[in-house]
Design a protein around this ligand. Structure first.
Ligand code: ADP
Ligand code: MG
Length: 213
């Protein structure tokens, strides 16, 4: 059984007088115990597609079914491109926030932080850490509930080589334990660890990567 099923999902935005089709009749199934990459140039519709899956946007046409259809925060976690850490909380408190909001723990906060190289930063507020560290805290916050579905928008965009390895290892371990991981990425090191790889261009899924028209 698939975790998420999109059937001919279309999303359009009005921009001035122009209508932009950000996501164009996308059909896609994501299964459990898998890590799927979503690859495409900037502006190709990756973030819009992820937002449609997590219910942050409503499709103009088509349907989204599965775990995310009615967002169930016990089973769904997100690593947004903008990270969304709360500045008034420490790094540890940010990572543990889903548990304080009532989600069931899928791991230990200190252990997950250690795994992502955040072991010594727990007491600091996010603003006293690097952007890369903040991004890894957002990944840790998503992992802490061991969600059935984890959606991540370019989760290694601020990481160096070693930390990219840490992030991708942690996400792969979640997928290996039965979850469904779907991530937008430009990063070759991440792509090499994902199967399948889905290509998007001008809002549409393409079989083969091809150059923009
Ligand atoms: P990506 O994440 O691949 O860079 P996006 O999903 O952010 O692409 O954007 C896809 C297209 O939709 C782009 O042309 C973008 O300008 C447009 N778009 C995205 N969000 C909005 C919005 N809220 N209003 C108008 N246009 C938008
Ligand atoms: Mg994007």
């Amino acid at each position: 059984m698939s975790t998420v099923r999109l059937s001919r999902v279309t999303k359009r935005y009005q921009r001035g007088r122009e209508i932009v089709t950000a996501v164009d009749a996308v059909s896609l199934e994501l299964g459990r115990e898998s890590m799927t990459a979503l690859v495409g140039p900037s502006g190709s519709g990756k973030t819009t597609l992820l937002n449609l899956i997590v219910g942050g946007e409503t499709p103009d046409e088509g349907t989204v079914e599965g775990v995310s259809a009615r967002p169930d925060w016990a089973r769904l976690a997100i690593v947004p491109q903008t990270l969304g850490l709360l500045p008034e909380l420490t790094m540890t408190e940010n990572v543990g926030l889903p548990l304080r909001l009532g989600a069931t723990a899928g791991g230990d906060v200190a252990e997950v932080m250690e795994l992502l190289g955040l072991g010594s930063l727990g007491e600091r507020p996010p603003e006293q850490t690097s952007l890369g560290e903040q991004q890894r805290a957002a990944v840790a916050r998503a992992l802490i509930t061991a969600p059935a579905l984890l959606i991540a928008d370019e989760p290694t965009s601020h990481q160096d080589e070693a930390n990219t390895g840490r992030v991708i290892d942690a996400l792969a371990a979640l997928a290996g334990a039965g979850s469904c991981v779907f991530l937008a990425t430009h990063d070759r090191r991440v792509l090499d660890r994902c199967d399948p790889v889905v290509h998007i261009l001008d809002g549409a899924i393409t079989d083969e990567p091809r150059l923009r028209r």
